[in-house]
Design a protein around this ligand. Sequence first.
Ligand SMILES: Nc1ncnc2c1ncn2[C@@H]1O[C@H](COP(=O)(O)OP(=O)(O)O)[C@@H](O)[C@H]1O
Ligand SMILES: [Mg+2]
Length: 346
Amino acid sequence: MTAPTQPSAQHKTFFRWQRASLEHHIHTLMPQWGGLPLTIHSRDLESNASFVNYVRFHRLIDPITGKPMDVVEKSIRKVAFIGSQEARFHRAEGMLQGSVYFRYPPCLGVIETPWESLIFTRYIRGRPPRMQSIGRHLGRGIAEQEERSSAYIEAMPRNQTLLLWSMDFFRPWFLLRPRFNFTRCLPELERLAREDSRFTGLAQRLRAFAPVIRTLASQARRSPRCISHMDYLRKNLFIRKRRLYLIDWSEAKIGRIGFDGGAYLGSLFRRKEMSEFLLAQAQFEKAYREALAPHFDQEDALRNQRYVFLQTALYHCLRPETIKEYQEQNRMPLLLEKYEYLLTLL
Ligand SMILES: Nc1ncnc2c1ncn2[C@@H]1O[C@H](COP(=O)(O)OP(=O)(O)O)[C@@H](O)[C@H]1O
Ligand SMILES: [Mg+2]
């Protein structure tokens, strides 16, 4: 067996240079089990994110008490030996400790090998929420998450600034993703307009968002930093005993206050009818404004929210896949309604 290096006092990250068995990993994370033989039952969980090798459920039987313990193992592939965002997030242990509105499954630890990051967290048995019904809860949760993480980042020792720098939302390796350039999708809309006159002129009108988004981006850069989860999907949230649990930090960045609200509303806008979206948006915004820490400028937060909302909504509503999907489902009037709504935000 390979001896792992000891974790630093700050976090539960272990570095290992050779492949090892699951049992070995578990013993590394649970030294109190004294290397006793383990009973483990495993099954795969559904995952479709890029760079994720697998997500697995393991039921472990505590060899001392005989009680079961359910954990999730997430393996994230490394590119050029560079660790994942999610592993880096877990390294910032204590950042969200004591949160009231969101719960986070406790992290047992992270094992870093040259090829992958293995993240072990407790399994949460809950049910997924209806995304349009949790606007109020998310408003309060996101405000709290931003306040706590912002304070944590401010207080971080200088030797961790590289971590912050590499995870910053404005690094080119994030900004170069297609989702941040909706204008690439406009030629497809022009083609559609040639077949369907209801769409005539829309591409040109929507193009006017490009300079607006550039200005919003440069204003956002100068606003307060915080952790931004950026992936508020139904499958990343669980309700258990009236508590809301948030998982999956694979899209997390060092963002800016307001970004997460934009990410939530952007994904809701993409999936829901307009009336449902507008109702959830009103509920979210009211709760968020009321819960935003007083030392943050509301204008900064709402402008940043608008920035990420526009980026997300424009890209997702203009992608050729989306247009095709609406065509196939005979829902083009709804898509048109969404474009017209976005244009009111210019
Ligand atoms: N701690 C957990 N508790 C319960 N289910 C989990 C947990 N972590 C992951 N899962 C399940 O596994 C799925 C994939 O995990 P996730 O971390 O979201 O990976 P991906 O980045 O592939 O979306 C989740 O949608 C969820 O159903
Ligand atoms: Mg997920």
